[in-house]
Structure formats: C-alpha cells, structure tokens
Design a protein around this ligand. Structure first.
Ligand code: GDP
Length: 455
C-alpha cells in the first residue's frame, strides 16, 4: 500500500548519505521532497503541512546525537513524526468491567464491516474470549446470510433476527426488520448464554445519509457500546477523511479500523485519519481471509513505511499460527539484540512463516527489504528451498555462529547444497545485515545501520 511513499522517502534519505552535516539548504530540499512524497501518497494537506513543519523545526534544532549521522537523524525524525500522526501509542480494546463488552461497528457499505466483524470475532476467540456476532444490518437483503457465513468461517456464534420477521416486514414494505431491537436482544442473549463480547455489525449505505446515521445512533443509544469502531476502506483516499468526519459527528466513535491495507492505493487516508479525527486506529485489515487482521501499532507501521520491516508482527503471526514456545524463544533472542539469533533460528522461523501465506507479503515485513521489493514481488518459492538447503548443509556450529563460516566452509556448504558459492555469501551477508539491524533496534539508541538506509 505504501510502496511509492516508501520509494520516494528512501530516495530522499539516500541523497543525504555521506553528508557530514546538513546545511539549511539540505534541510529545505529534504523537507520539500518529503512534502511531495506525502502529497503524492494522498495524505491530507493539513496533515502534510504540520508534518513537514515539525520535521523542519526538529532538523534545524537537530537534537544532535553523537550516535547518529545527519542522514540517520532525519530518518529518525521522520520516523517519530510518522508514529505521531498515526496516533502514537498502540490503543488496545477496552473491555467492560462487567461482561458482555459491547463493540459496535459503523461505516459505509462496502467498507468491509461484515468481513471485519468475522475477523475481529475470530481474533477475540483466539485471545480467549467468547464472542457473539450480531447481524444488525437488515438493510442489505443478504447481509444476515453473509454474516452467518462469516461467523461459520470464523467459528463463532451469530445472533440474527428470525428469518420470518425480516421477510414479513419486507413484504409489508415497512423498512426492513428492526435493527435496534435485534441489537438490544443480542445483549440479553449474550448475558443469558455467557458470551463475554458482543460484536454488532450495523447497516451501511453507499453514501452518508441522515437516516443511516440516525439508525446507527439509535443502536448506539440502545446498547451503550463500550467501543464504537468506525470501519473505513483505506483505498478510498481523501473520502475516507470526509466520511470519518461525518461519522464522528453523526454517531461518534472511539477508534478506527482500516481495511483493505493490502490494496495498491496510495494509502494517504490511512496516514491522515488518526490525526484528522483525533481517534486512534485500533485495527488493520489486509486481506479477504479471516486471519488477515491485526492490532494496529503506529510504531510498527511507521517502521514498515520507512522500509525497516516489522519483525515483531511477523513473529507474532508465527506465534499465533505455530509453535508458541519456539517463537517466544526467537523473540527473546531478537529482543536481546539478536546476538544469539543464529541461522538455525532463522531457518526455523522461515519454515514457520512459509506456511503463513504468500512470501511477498511476509518478506515485506523483514527489515531492509524495501529496496529489493521488485525482486520480492517476483520471488520464486524455489529460492526459499535453496536457502533451506544452504542452511541445512551447515554444521550446527556454523548455524549458531555464522562468523566462523570462512572461504573453505563456504565452498563445502555450496557443494552440499548444490549452489554457487555466491549464493552462500549472499545468504550469510543478508543474515548479518539483518542481525545488525536487530541489535540496533533492540539497543533503542539511534537508527539501525541497515541496508537501504543511509548509514
Ligand atoms: P460491508 O458492506 O461494510 O459489510 O463490507 P463487506 O464486509 O461486505 O466487504 C466488502 C468487500 O470488500 C468484500 O468483497 C470483501 O471481501 C472485501 N474486503 C473486506 N475487507 C478486505 C480487506 O482487508 N482486503 C481486501 N482486499 N478486501 C476486503
């Protein structure tokens, strides 16, 4: 989603490489580039202005850190500002003291609410809750059926009006069903059957209209949700911001869910919405499968936009799907600066993530992969087999401490794996780059001197 932005920013940073200090002209030129990059990504103008002004001010006053060269300082400042416009801290779901916690979804038709309801319910279930999905979208003829399918796929219960009622009112031509009543009854149902979270899917329209807002507001007043989540399609550009403002006024909401982050739109809406509405982005949806969903972390998103990867999300995904114990060990090794993270861990992680989905998606989360994105897009799964073969041709000692892999060992490994020596060199070098990057991140001091960024 943020490909062009990532490319432009990375080109801007690259042009600063090797500068001993930044002149006023350098800062101006850089800020101009950043401004263009953000505007091209369709970020809201007011947000862009504020962003660039902040970067400029901080770059001038440059909190001169000894650990960072000027180019790295700019990257750090841009990173901090990105985190800030994305909302700063991660905002987690608030659960009611007395269950059930009521979560209401609002948004335009097609925003991805129903899909999201399933993903959220599944995520809640996987985190140990017992969610009840509620079909209070009685506007679209097949919305109830759609939610039932979604619920089935997610393995969660769905509360829906009696089919008879819906068609009866339809036949009578008096609106369609009673969404407020359904929502209210669903809470009683949850209390009775001990569901601890209720996720209410409401009706959307193609555009903003007063009746829709009123219905959503009526449901809100009837069920007093703990969280109202505004669901918005990140691909609709600036309209997302307008729609958000309209919902903020008409219904009010506590947090935003961005959907379709897997799309190839420019994504500026995603970068503007938290700042413009003052509400945190709480979740992000990036695909049509029930698992394509995650808690939104501003810092991780910023890091991804800057091409620094998102190892934590990657590890969490692996953890959720696979061997929790192994993943926890890998995470601990990474957190300690990556020194103990060896090639065996790398291989293990790779084998696990391989089952997680298309490689291009996964590799996009690895540090320093921004610059080789195009290669990743055309990545050959057989290439991964090769990497596996190389690592498997190493001795355990070599996997633990790849530093010992000298010329003759490389030749032996290459023979064993049936590849050129250059392929072994490549893998080992990449691994060291990644590890350096991890240790810089874990140290918390300064920016990682990783490939693709000025170092
Ligand atoms: P609703 O009208 O708000 O309930 O929207 P739906 O849940 O019916 O979604 C509208 C369309 O968007 C469907 O075709 C979904 O499969 C698709 N969709 C929803 N979320 C995502 C997402 O994160 N990525 C992609 N690519 N498609 C999505």
């Amino acid at each position: 989603m943020f490909d062009t932005l990532q490319d432009r920013l990375s080109a801007t940073f690259k042009s600063l490489r090797g500068k001993g200090r930044l002149s006023e002209a350098d800062i101006d030129a850089t800020c101009r580039e950043i401004r263009i990059a953000l505007l091209e990504a369709d970020v809201n103008l007011a947000v862009v202005k504020e962003f660039v002004a902040n970067v400029k001010e901080r770059a001038r006053g440059a909190e001169l850190s000894q650990a960072l060269n000027p180019a790295q300082q700019i990257v750090k400042i841009v990173n901090d500002e990105l985190v800030a416009i994305l909302g700063g801290e991660t905002r987690l779901l608030r659960f009611a003291k007395r269950p059930p916690t009521v979560i209401m979804l609002a948004g335009l038709q097609g925003a991805g609410k129903t899909t999201l309801a399933g993903k959220l319910a599944r995520w809640l279930k996987d985190s140990g809750h017992s969610p009840l999905l509620v079909a209070a979208d009685l506007q679209r003829p097949n919305a109830v059926t759609q939610l039932q399918v979604v619920g089935q796929r997610a393995g969660v219960q769905v509360f829906a009006p009696e089919p008879g009622n819906t068609s009866a009112s339809e036949a009578a031509g008096v609106g369609v069903g009673d969404p407020v009543g359904v929502a209210r009854r669903s809470i009683e149902e949850a209390e009775r059957r001990l569901f601890d979270v209720v996720v209410i899917d409401t009706a959307g329209r193609l555009g903003i209209d007063a009746e829709l807002m009123q219905q959503a507001a009526d449901i809100r007043d009837a069920v007093h949700p703990d969280e109202v989540l505004f669901v918005v399609d990140a691909m609709i550009g600036q309209d997302a911001v307008n729609t958000a403002n309209a919902f903020a006024e008409g219904v009010g909401f506590d947090g935003v869910v961005l959907t379709k982050l897997d799309g190839d739109a420019r994504g500026g809406a995603a970068l503007s919405i938290a700042r413009v509405t003052g509400k945190p982005i709480m979740f992000a949806s990036n695909g049509e499968q029930v698992g394509d969903f995650d808690v939104f972390h501003p810092d991780r998103m910023a890091s991804r936009i800057l091409g620094m990867g998102d190892m934590l999300t990657l590890i969490e995904q692996a953890e959720r799907t696979f061997d929790a114990e192994q993943s926890a060990k890998a995470a601990a090794k990474l957190a300690s600066g990556g020194k103990e993270f060896g090639l065996a861990d790398f291989l293990q992680q790779m084998q696990m993530v391989r089952k997680m989905g298309p490689l291009s998606k996964i590799f996009g989360m690895l540090p320093g992969m921004g610059e080789i994105k195009d290669q990743i897009a055309g990545i050959d799964e057989r290439e991964v087999d090769r990497i596996e073969a190389i690592i498997q041709s190493m001795t355990p000692a070599e996997r633990d401490d790849p530093k010992i892999i000298d010329g003759s060992r490389r030749a032996r490994i290459a023979r064993g794996a049936g590849v050129e020596v250059s392929a072994v060199n490549n893998l080992v070098n990449r691994f060291f780059d990644a590890r350096k990057m991890m240790s810089a991140m874990a140290g918390g001091k300064g920016m990682p001197g990783m490939p693709g960024l000025p170092g």
